[in-house]
Design a protein around this ligand. Structure first.
Ligand SMILES: [Zn+2]
Length: 383
């Protein structure tokens, strides 16, 4: 596939909206069905075996396979959903190409990676020589929210010897990133008319004391806890809800907490530690409850000496003349794959700084280099 065809493929992918619907309905812009069907049809045209798997009804992921000498597989994964296109500075789904650049929602995160992996796989499938290991390619739904695409595939038994997860890393080999655990905390009180405020118990006042303690906890207890390449664990209160009417003392207040955890931290233990700290710091009963986490994503922490990052570094150096390992703050599918016992790295074209921005773009050079890197990894033993 030459540069023009490659850019056209990435542009076609951007022109099919696949905004993550979160918990809402799938419609013309939201959902992964159309893009998954497009990817599957392009792969089938290239005589690559593939199927759609709906791990969430109506939101398929694509699973493709090129058989190798060994049944043991190397797994290439790239997510196909995007964040919302609201507030973008230009038409988000035009797939506009100007010179060597592609503009639109998903150009960098993550359709460039999808296009590069597809192109590398097609090249591999066309070759007479079978790759040493079977190559699996998955184009997964729902990475930006619940990661149900990759989790469904892992649940159905998909396994490999190693995995390369495509995200815009500027072709840095990412061996570590944070995970997270999200949960809700509520305080309760007693509702009364605000003219008799002294007869009630204000759940918002109670929560404000909890929030102050959470801020201190984040500074004191998490500040010193760090992991190589990715720095410190963090905790943020990101949403607060409470009260309904201006003249009623509220009996309930809720916050959402986002705790970014390090690869060696357990989510439930992190919550237990926070609970103990809050209980110790509060001088009174505030009717505090902490719900079970509604989202928990493991971090990634692979040893730099593992053969997989070594193979990736060599492949990137061969193509671009330079290469480096690194870490990134945000979570990816690689954390889930690694938690299932499969060594994983994150590697792909484009700049992570472009992800989720109002002017998202991707350059052709980075795209072409990534195809060459992926193809080398597919061709070599990798691990
Ligand atoms: Zn992404």
């Amino acid at each position: 596939m030459d540069g023009k065809q490659l850019l056209k493929l990435a542009s076609d992918l951007v022109a099919i909206p696949s905004v993550n619907p979160l918990d809402g309905p799938v419609d013309g812009q939201r959902g992964e069905k159309r893009i998954a069907e497009f990817i599957a049809s392009r792969l089938r045209e290239a005589h690559i075996e593939c199927e759609l798997r709906e791990t969430v009804p109506g939101r398929p992921s694509v699973v493709a396979c090129v058989a190798g000498e060994s049944e043991e597989a190397i797994w290439f994964d790239a997510h196909i959903d995007t964040v919302s296109a609201q507030g973008m500075a230009f038409e988000p789904f035009a797939g506009r190409v100007e010179g060597d650049r592609l503009y639109g929602r998903g150009a960098a995160d993550n359709k460039g990676c999808v296009a590069a992996m597809m192109a590398a796989l097609m090249q591999r499938a066309k070759s007479q020589a079978r790759p040493p290991r079977t190559v699996i390619f998955t184009a997964t739904a729902d990475e930006e929210y619940r990661m149900s695409g990759v989790l469904g595939l892992l649940d159905s038994g998909l396994r490999a010897r190693a995995a390369v997860v495509g995200e815009p890393t500027g072709l840095r080999t990412i061996i570590a990133h944070k995970g997270f655990v999200r949960f809700r905390m509520t305080t309760t009180g007693k509702a009364v008319h605000s003219s008799r405020a002294h007869d009630g118990i204000n759940a918002i006042y109670r929560m404000s004391r909890v929030v102050t303690v959470l801020e201190a906890y984040a500074k004191e207890r998490l500040g010193g806890r760090s992991f190589p390449l990715i720095g410190e664990a963090t905790l943020s209160v990101t949403v607060i809800r409470g009260g309904e009417y201006a003249n009623v003392v509220p009996d309930r207040c809720e916050v959402e907490v986002d705790r970014r955890r390090l690869p060696d931290e357990d989510g439930l233990k992190a919550i237990a530690d926070l609970r103990a700290y809050v209980d110790g710091a509060l001088q009174e009963d505030v009717g505090l409850e902490i719900a079970d986490p509604h989202l928990s994503v493991p971090g990634l922490g692979l040893d730099a000496d593992h053969p997989l990052p070594k193979a990736a570094l060599a492949a990137v150096a061969a193509v671009t003349g330079q290469s480096a390992v690194g870490g990134m703050p945000a979570a990816t599918n690689a954390g889930q794959i690694a938690a299932a016992g499969i060594p994983a790295i994150v590697l792909g074209p484009g700049d992570i700084g472009e992800a989720h921005t109002a002017t998202e773009e991707l350059d052709l050079n980075s795209l072409q280099q990534s195809v060459a890197v992926y193809e080398r990894l597919m061709r070599g033993a990798c691990t």
